[in-house]
Ligand binder design. Structure first.
Ligand SMILES: O=c1[nH]c(=O)c2[nH]c(=O)[nH]c2[nH]1
Length: 302
């Protein structure tokens, strides 16, 4: 083993640049609200080893670039990140790649006096939309997703047939509540023409498929429901290579009402917040293989 100490993988940039873009071409304003992280990869050895900052595009400059690009419009988180990645990799020879990530928050128009208001909005708290661009030389990986999409069904779910040992106390059930916060990330094929893709439409459609997938079949386990949801997305969207999920099983325990002389025919539950089951999996095409580089910097499944 060598005693020489060298620099390993590295990236740097500005994290969580909060940018809100108002489009006011007409009196009916539009709002886009993002939290952007920009990180550059490339030849930054001199900065780390010698304190030579000649290659260090300041994180402050990266932040300013986010705001300057927003002036020309955002469009979709994916399109915005792709523009940033192109700018930094084409503008600086030694920047060979990087990672650009955004969370996107949705604002709905306030319904006032029966119609949608022109310039007043209410935050839609249903889920947070996410996007990541990972660029490595000429290869661009694009991963879209969502998190905190909380769903629940009151029947058509059960859990039976699992092994029993001396530590097993869980009773089998064929009718339980199934609830989870869906985190999902789907990776678009690198062969896709990103410039010609309507990522907002794709997002809306995939979210709808995930929700439908949750409802459609009797659930023998959250694992099966996860797979149903992913399968629907891959069947309908040929441009998506794989989808990763992280889903807590938000347990709802039937409350024993017998001390009060009451029955409880599956109606009153204690919603536990912890511990929770944690179900994570990738749903992929048989021949697609995996693309670990695309997911680098994304902790765990989602
Ligand atoms: O859908 C479930 N999957 C599990 O793996 C599991 N384990 C458990 O205790 N309850 C459940 N439910």
């Amino acid at each position: 083993m060598s005693n020489k100490i060298v620099l390993g993988d590295n990236q740097y940039g500005k994290a969580e640049v909060r940018v809100v873009k108002v489009t006011r071409d007409t009196d009916r304003h539009q709002i886009e609200d993002l939290n952007v992280t920009s990180q550059l990869r490339g030849d930054f050895e001199a900065a780390h080893l010698q304190g030579d900052n000649a290659h260090v595009v300041a994180t402050d400059t990266q932040k300013n670039t986010v705001y300057a690009f927003a002036r020309e419009g955002i469009g979709s988180p994916e399109a915005f990140l792709l523009r940033l990645s192109e700018h930094f990799t084409s503008g600086f020879d030694w920047v060979t790649g990087g990672r650009w990530e955004a969370e996107s928050y949705t604002w709905d128009r306030i319904q006032a006096h029966g119609s949608e208001h022109d310039h007043s909005f209410v935050r839609n708290g249903q889920e947070v939309r996410t996007a990541v661009v990972v660029r490595d030389g000429n290869t661009t990986h694009l991963i879209s997703g969502l998190k905190d999409l909380t769903v629940l069904k009151t029947t058509q779910s059960g859990f039976v047939g699992y092994p029993r040992d001396k530590y097993t106390t869980l009773p089998e059930t064929t009718d339980r509540i199934l609830a989870t916060d869906v985190s999902a990330r789907w990776r678009y094929s690198t062969g896709l023409d990103f410039a010609a893709t309507d990522f907002n439409k794709s997002y809306d459609d995939i979210k709808a498929l995930l929700l439908e997938g949750f409802t459609e079949n009797y659930s023998h386990a959250l694992q099966q429901t996860l797979f149903d949801m992913g399968k629907k997305v891959l069947e309908a969207h040929g441009e998506v290579d794989e989808i990763k999920f992280s889903m807590p099983n938000k347990h709802h325990f039937l409350v024993d009402l017998s001390p009060f002389g009451l029955d409880n025919p599956n109606e009153v539950f204690f919603a536990a917040d912890r511990p929770y089951g944690l179900i994570e999996a990738t749903v992929q095409r048989e021949d697609s293989g995996s693309a670990p580089a695309a997911w680098s910097g994304i902790a765990g499944f989602c």
